[in-house]
Design a protein around this ligand. Structure first.
Ligand code: PMP
Length: 358
């Protein structure tokens, strides 16, 4: 591995897998809780991997021509940031179509990378001409050289995770031997990931189940209001309700998401309040600056580990390895109400009185 990288794309992925011992203790778990910390990727999220993979595949297929092609993509922002980074390096123009609800921080990062940003109404159904998907399609029809790489259908989305995220997790777990202080099955026993396009959970599941441990239990996490969870009855209570957490959940089933129980064994629904509270638990206990959907993944994990029979069996065994995907970082959300309410107006520190007197 050369020490000097040629460009930022070579710093995509290869993220650390970090023990979340204090979080595990906080929730009274005996198993190992391990976080795959994706904000440490060059563009700041798990989606850098698919952006790089989709651009490189399209180049190999001759679909992208530097100086001519215009990459247009509907996204909740992180795929856009990954694409804008790749396109800045490779010399393509980029237009990102993103629903209004997504943070200003993501828009700022996109513009910093040279992308054009088009905001679309959050409440527009996915198949309407006003949605982020509809507007991207319209732009593609109008703009010569316009190409939609289409993360919702592009096989390189789950494949990027099958070829990078999954193998990195497996390698980290199998190369860390069990010790009396840190017992380990030396296997990935459970994988938990929140789903947007579903590429992350689907691709990592395939890597683990095909090549490492077919008994691994894969749990998908879907916000209340969305319809990605399986079976559909899980979704009915809150279907269509809006939610604040970004990057996860949809009002349609993307082609790249596998709802086959062979790939995703179980689904857990989560809501905003519990997800945002869980973000605080990770930040305060582990010093990891994770974003909102990381909180969804954690609280989804806790619900599965505490409220299901299979989960309770895992939670009490100290050698079991439960891996959580932590998809992006808090710097995407610093200006959001939910973050400011939690971090800035949270509990008063015992030092506050002394500080006020000085
Ligand atoms: N969390 C965040 C913050 C995201 O941006 C995304 C991607 N939309 C996800 C989770 C889910 O990833 P995937 O699309 O692979 O399901």
């Amino acid at each position: 591995m050369p020490r000097i990288l040629n460009n930022a794309l070579e710093a995509v992925g290869n993220t650390p897998l970090i023990r979340l011992d204090k979080v595990a203790k906080h929730y009274d778990l005996r198993c190992n809780l391990l976080g795959k910390v994706e904000y440490m990727s060059a563009g700041g999220s798990v989606k850098d991997r698919i952006a790089k993979a989709m651009v490189e595949a399209a180049e190999r297929e001759g679909k992208l021509i530097p100086g001519k092609s215009v990459v247009i993509e509907p996204t909740s922002g992180n795929t856009g940031i990954g694409l804008a980074m790749a396109c800045a390096i490779k010399g393509y123009s980029v237009i990102i179509c993103m629903p209004e609800k997504m943070s200003l921080e993501k828009e700022a990062a996109l513009r910093a990378l040279g992308a054009e940003v088009v905001r679309t109404p959050t409440e527009a159904p996915w198949d309407s001409p006003e949605s982020h998907i509809g507007v991207a399609q319209k732009l593609q029809r109008e703009i010569p050289g316009g190409v939609i790489l289409d993360q919702y259908r592009n096989a390189n989305n789950p494949l990027a995770h099958e070829l990078t995220t999954g193998p990195e997790i497996i390698e980290a777990v199998v190369s860390t031997p069990t010790t009396p202080e840190q017992p380990s099955s030396e296997k990935v026993d459970v994988l938990i990931a929140s789903a947007g396009t579903g590429g992350t959970v689907t691709g990592i599941s395939r890597a683990i189940k095909k090549k490492h441990n077919k008994e691994c239990i894969v749990v998908g996490v879907d916000p209340e209001g969305s319809i990605l969870a399986y079976p559909d009855t899980l979704n009915s209570k809150h279907q269509g309700e809006s939610y604040v957490v970004e990057g996860i959940g949809y009002d349609f089933i993307p082609d790249v998401l596998s709802r086959d129980p062979v790939d995703v064994d179980a689904w857990i629904k989560t809501n905003d309040d519990e997800a945002f509270a869980a973000v605080q638990v990770i930040m305060k206990n582990e010093g990891l600056l994770v974003g909102g959907s990381s909180g969804s993944a954690l609280i989804g994990a806790i619900k599965w580990l505490k409220e299901t029979k299979e989960g309770r069996e895992v939670a009490e065994k100290e050698e079991k390895n439960v891996v959580l995907i932590l998809p992006d970082g808090i710097r995407n959300y610093i200006g959001k109400e939910w973050f400011l309410n939690g971090a800035m107006r949270g509990e008063r520190s015992p030092l506050a009185d002394t500080i006020a007197k000085v």
